[in-house]
Each structure stands twice: as C-alpha cells, then as structure tokens.
Design a protein around this ligand. Structure first.
Ligand SMILES: C[S@@+](CC[C@H](N)C(=O)[O-])C[C@H]1O[C@@H](n2cnc3c(N)ncnc32)[C@H](O)[C@@H]1O
Length: 275
C-alpha cells in the first residue's frame, strides 16, 4: 500500500471537513489510507497527492463523489429502528392530518423513505390521514440517489418488512431478478429524491411535519453537528417530529426540543425573544 504522509492526510481531511462536514481525526489516518488506496490502484495513481489533485475541486469533481462513498457508510435497511415508525404511527392515528410532508434528510438508498411510504399508505387506506402526503429523500451521494430512484433492493434489506407489506407494496423478482424486490409505483409516486449537502445553507424546502436525520451525525464534529441540526430543524414546523439514530445520544442545538424517546423529539415553539 502507498504511504499517506501527514500533510496530504491533513489536506484530504480538511477538504472533506470544509465541503461536506466529515470529521477525520489523526486516529483515522490508517482507515482513510486503506479505503482510498484500492481506488488509487484502480486508477493507476502513484501517490495520495495525485489522488488529492483529483478530488480537490470538492463536490463538483466527479471523483470526489467516489471518495465520499468510500469514506462514509451508506448502510441502511427498511424499518431500521422500528420504534421510530411505531411512534410516528401512534402520533398520526391520534392527529389524523389531512396533509403531511416528510423529509428523509440523509436517505442513502431510500429504504427509510419507502418504509415511511408503506406506513403512510396504510394509514391513508384506513382513513387516518388524507391522501395528500409526500416524502422527500436527500443525500450527498449521487450513486445512492440513483439507487433510491430505481427502488430495486436485495431481499435482505427488506428483512424487517412484513409479508403483508411485501405483498401490497413490492414486486418480487423472478428468474434473473430472483432475490431482488421492486417497490410499487403506488408508493413510489409519493416519494422523490434530490441531492443536498447538509453542511451548506438549505433553500426553503419545508415546513415539514416529520424529519428523519438518522445515522449521519456520527460523521460530524460537535460544532458541525449543532449547525446541521439547527439548519435541518429550521425546516420543521413547530410540533413536528424529529428523529436521529437511536444510538446518537442527546441533541445539542439552539432550537427548543422536547425529548420523547431515544432518538425521537418534538419541536417546541421558541420562547418570545428567541429566534
Ligand atoms: C448510514 S447512512 C443513513 C441512512 C438512513 N438515514 C438510515 O438511518 O438508515 C448515512 C448517509 O449520510 C450521507 N451523508 C454523509 N454526509 C452528508 C452530508 N454532508 N450531506 C448529506 N448527506 C450526507 C451518506 O452519503 C449516507 O448515505
């Protein structure tokens, strides 16, 4: 494996931090080197400096996206951390909204967005919510977003999906497509995807009634985390639900929030005098 010198490591780490908020301390150097070196071999590059030159332009450089995918994990699956979906269901059965806007703010391949769509479609069929509901999924990675739009998944990713949901909302592949599952248009039509960097200013997208920001904060340092959380929460209506990963702990932010259960919060009205 080629050697990753400290100055080049610092340049890569600074670039990733400045552009998309990823935080790499010195202890991550070996990990970064090993993840990028296979890619450098594929490209026939001789040094990490050559690789840095390829990604230097940030998100506008094609190779930058590849580097981000190598340095982060896109791991996700349907109905991950089911307690959050149960809480959302309970809330909606009680509040019975006619319109509903949901944002999956680090959607990866769309598993979270389509899980939510299955739940909302059920609730609509049962007359608990109106038919005007939509889900926006966003991510920094082009590659995962293409997968999300395609909506074809290996069966294992739907291991938490009930048989009833599989029958109602999915098509199982046969022959060459054996082992794959496609999401039906009936719920796909409520879901759209777009690229969005959580570490940059966001144009107004909301207000949303529900926002998922799960299992992405782990990549950010404390200051970036706080900025990202407040930025995302500015798009949530007062009273709306906010979810982070169940293992991601407490949230530090300026927006007043009520904690409901691990990783689940409700946005409160700002006290007079507060922004
Ligand atoms: C582990 S996945 C989380 C997927 C899903 N929310 C879940 O909990 O299963 C984390 C995602 O965050 C995305 N990500 C990392 N940094 C980002 C940023 N600055 N802006 C937007 N998305 C980012 C990655 O591309 C990845 O797809």
């Amino acid at each position: 494996m080629k050697t990753l010198g400290d100055p080049t490591y610092k340049s890569i780490a600074n670039l990733m931090h400045a552009t998309i908020g990823l935080s790499f301390t010195d202890s991550k150097k070996a990990l970064v080197a090993s993840r990028l070196s296979t890619r450098m071999q594929q490209l026939g590059l001789k040094s990490f400096d050559d690789y840095y030159a390829l990604i230097y332009g940030g998100p506008d450089d094609e190779e930058f996206q590849v580097a981000v995918d190598l340095l982060t994990t896109n791991e996700t699956y349907f109905f991950r951390e089911r307690r959050h979906f149960n809480l959302l269901e309970e809330e909606l059965r009680h509040s019975r909204p006619q319109r509903l806007k949901v944002w999956s703010a680090a959607s990866s391949y769309g598993d979270e967005a389509y899980s939510t769509a299955m739940l909302l479609s059920d609730l609509q069929r049962q007359g608990c919510i109106g038919q005007d509901w939509s889900i926006l999924g966003t991510d920094i990675s082009d590659r995962v977003l293409q997968g999300a739009v395609e909506a074809i998944y290996p069966e294992t990713r739907l291991r938490e999906v009930s048989d009833e949901h599989l029958k109602r909302y999915c098509l199982r592949g046969e022959g060459e497509a054996q082992g794959l599952v496609q999401i039906n248009d009936s719920i796909k039509s409520h879901v759209r995807f777009g690229q969005l960097n959580l570490c940059q200013d966001i144009e107004p997208l909301g207000p949303f009634d529900v926002i998922f920001l799960r299992n992405v904060l782990i990549y950010f340092d404390n200051q970036t985390k706080r900025q990202v959380i407040d930025r995302v929460l500015s798009q949530l209506r007062v009273g709306g639900l906010f979810f982070i990963g169940m293992a991601e702990g407490r949230i530090q932010c300026d927006t007043p929030m009520q904690s409901l259960e691990p990783g689940a919060f409700r946005k409160l009205a700002a006290k007079s005098g507060q922004a």
